[in-house]
Design a protein around this ligand. Structure first.
Ligand code: SOE
Length: 386
């Protein structure tokens, strides 16, 4: 049988567009997903920028209208890396046109839209996956394995922080990640989504939640031009209202009896991209910090008596994770961008072999439900069942 080729149409070419393009280029060098990947078209609104990134990111051509891209018969996969307010419309249209869909997180601006995306993908029978890339970091894969192997036993606590500091300056402009119409929510949807998802992945389903949030800087200059995560504003730019959270904290009850807390903020001076969690169980604990992404600390109660009691620091990129055999020799560590190679490899493999993939839009909907429950809890000032 002839080997399949899967043609990619990528919508968006900024931060995540670049991360995904770089991953697609490297998948065939290190993995065999069972099909060849052809970078057919990259799509955005600015033809001048597109002409430049098309070559740099390795695409054969570009489109300036995603509505045409999703109808192209020579496209098999639509990958969405746009700001969140476009996710639903593009994903639904892509699925209706029979394309497999990969979409960045958070899946949509709200649960209703996320559910529509899931329903469209299911109805069309296409593969769907969401970009919870941290699940694919070697140490987090190892954490999952230790938990699934019962090394922590019954879990009592999940404690997670996602700390950044890039918007502390009140002169930092109102970029799309702070514009409610475009992003839906602030640090909760952008950062909280990842640690909410990791809680589901590693500990289990949430049962109920209570949250609080703060917007420390209530007005910011309107942005003139986006540059990666950041942007610039003219000196005399008018101010716009910030209607999203700068920081959110929440407490949870899990269905399996564990309890948890999360904190997501962009106001933690000194923290660039500090995602941290600890899980405590009856047989031991694990703790993790993305800024040391290849290390997983493990405390094993059964082998920790007397004077040597303490956590061991596991070099998690040494060969003890699912993708180790495909990469460099032990100790030649992996980085942030490898998480995208792993997640997109899984997605392409599923599309090539008509196999299930994960995390999918069901996981995206589940995460959106938690986000919305936190928002409701903040509004009503009470606990909310999920
Ligand atoms: C910006 O806050 C950001 O790039 C998020 O959008 C990503 O999802 C997170 O992984 C890192 O921080």
């Amino acid at each position: 049988m002839d080997r399949k080729t899967l043609n990619i149409g990528l919508v968006g070419y900024k931060f995540m567009g670049r991360a995904h393009s770089s991953a697609y280029m490297r998948i065939p060098m290190f993995f065999d997903p069972g099909a060849d990947i052809r970078l057919k078209s990259i799509c955005g609104r600015n033809a001048q920028w597109l002409a430049d990134v098309q070559k740099k990111f390795g695409f054969e051509g570009y489109d300036t209208n995603w509505k045409e891209l999703v109808k192209r018969p020579d496209i098999d996969i639509i990958d969405i890396t746009t700001p969140s307010n476009f996710h639903k419309e593009i994903a639904v249209a892509a699925a209706e046109n029979g394309k497999h869909v990969f979409c960045e997180k958070p899946l949509a601006l709200n649960v209703k839209d996320a559910e529509e995306m899931l329903a469209a993908a299911k109805k069309a029978g296409v593969k769907h996956q969401i970009g919870f890339n941290y699940r694919f970091a070697p140490a987090i894969q190892l954490a999952k394995k230790l938990i699934d192997d019962g090394r922590l036993g019954k879990i009592f606590h999940y404690r997670a922080l996602y700390l950044q500091d890039w918007i502390i300056d009140p002169a930092f402009p109102l970029v799309w990640r702070l514009d409610k119409k475009v992003c839906g929510s602030g640090s909760l949807g952008d950062l909280g989504a990842h640690i909410i998802d990791l809680g589901r992945y590693l500990v289990g389903e949430y049962d109920s939640v209570v949250g609080m949030e703060k917007t420390f800087v209530k007005q910011r200059p309107l942005v003139e031009r986006m540059e990666g995560l950041s942007g610039s504003a003219n000196a005399d730019a008018p101010l716009g209202n910030v209607e999203v959270d700068d920081a959110t904290v929440a407490m949870f009850d899990f269905k399996n009896g564990a309890i948890g807390t999360i904190e997501a903020t962009r106001f933690s001076a000194g923290h660039d991209n500090d995602m941290v969690f600890e899980i405590n169980g009856e047989k031991g604990s694990i703790r993790y910090r993305f800024e040391r992404m290849n290390e997983l600390e493990f405390y094993d109660r059964e082998n920790n008596n007397g004077e040597t009691k303490g956590f061991i620091n596991i070099a998690a990129s040494q060969g003890c994770h699912n993708y180790a055999a495909n990469w460099w020799p032990a100790g030649h560590v992996l980085g942030y961008d490898h998480t995208f190679v792993h997640e997109l490899y899984e997605f392409i493999k599923a599309a090539a072999n008509d196999a299930p993939t994960s995390p999918d839009f069901e996981d995206g909907v589940a995460c959106s439900r938690v986000i919305e429950a936190i928002e409701e809890s903040i509004k009503e000032r009470c606990w909310i069942n999920i």
